[in-house]
Write a protein that binds this ligand. Sequence first.
Ligand SMILES: *Cc1c(COP(=O)(O)O)cnc(C)c1O
Length: 464
Amino acid sequence: MTLTNMPPTGELQALDAAHHMHPFTANGQLAQKGARIITRAQGVRLTDSEGAELIDGMAGLWCVNIGYGRHELAEAAARQMRELPYYNTFFQTSHVPAIQLAAKLAALAPGDLNHVFFAGSGSEANDTNIRMVRQYWALKGQPERRVIIARRNGYHGSTMGGASLGGMAAMHAQGGLPIADIAHIDQPYWWGEGGDMSPEEFGRARARALEEQILALGPERVAAFIAEPVQGAGGVIIPPESYWPEIQRIVAKYGILLIADEVITGFGRLGEWFGCQSYGIRPHIMTIAKGLSSGYQPIGGSIVCDEVANTLAQDEFNHGYTYSGHPVAAAVALENLRILQEEHIIERVREETAPYLAQAWGSLADHPLVGEAVSRGLMASLALTPDKARRAAFATEPGNVGYICREFSFGNNLVMRHVGDRMIIAPPLVITPADIDELIARARKTLDQTYAHLQAEGMLKAAA
Ligand SMILES: *Cc1c(COP(=O)(O)O)cnc(C)c1O
């Protein structure tokens, strides 16, 4: 394809390197190499500035649930921009898109999650949640309930609050994190940390770490527990089935609030509208973003239960964002939800593509480099290992092998991400079985190339 109005790739890369600071990137290194520039996209496929076509195995950043190229969303944005491009929801005003979206989300969300506080992103929504749960307990006459328990290797965003809730050591190491009164417990990652326990035993043990942490802190100090139903950025870590029921029991026993961070698992990723429905979790607050608009506009929020919302309503909540409930973003989100619903995209995930992916992705487990290949809904991961039987890590620094594998994958025009030495995918929900076959073929080729490379470099060694 000829793109007549576009400068040559090299020129764009030079400008990018000179002026654009990329998130989560060693920018010096990228400047040497040059960024891959994505120019257009359709369905599950991206096109780069050289005309190569890639399968987007990550739906952007886990967000393009309905796939690329849906003009209805562009029309919804244009219509809303012409009518009312912006107005705020502070100081006793409202507008149609925010009202309609809040009502729609209340209808879709389970139980009495009937109230929505809007933000511009998932990180902002989690910052809201920190203040909201602390304010809730203050209004209940228990202001000492301030501590929020989260998990190591969880991801809740990159603002000061979001990154503090998150359990990413590399993020905490920069900028003086975490903020006060956040505690972390270990994750339910059986393959990596389960030792000799069965997955079910291990799931219960890691859930009981919550109870131990509550007792260590003093139950009267604990405000809430926050977790992703399935850890996404931590490496698509699917908890053993025993985990969530035990967490639910502990949360109820100590009367603390449960926040389900549904930024990835919401809006169909696990074959239900929300991940908590897939696991039978009953949260008091859900964090949403990403798939809410399929990434077409930046928007996030918190869906809040009656008890918390009604308590909060007793006083002014001194919190909000200029773009809370932005009318254009809200209009686009509404159109996105309409498409998800009317085209039965989530049912198709549940009944057709998730089972298909489970089988196809699961077949990669026979590869000599793969320790486990697991999926839930349309998120999947595999563990790279030099020794399957021992579930061993590589002798080289964690992430080295994953990075090599990711580079081969990118070369094969498959966007597959690495988290340490786990490879992960979370494709658009509109991916078809034929697309999945193509994705798996590229993934298998990638694994073969990685294996050959590791062999040649003498890197197939297990850590002591
Ligand atoms: C991406 C993500 C966030 C942060 O959302 P942003 O829109 O990037 O701020 C929070 N929680 C989870 C689980 C996420 O995956």
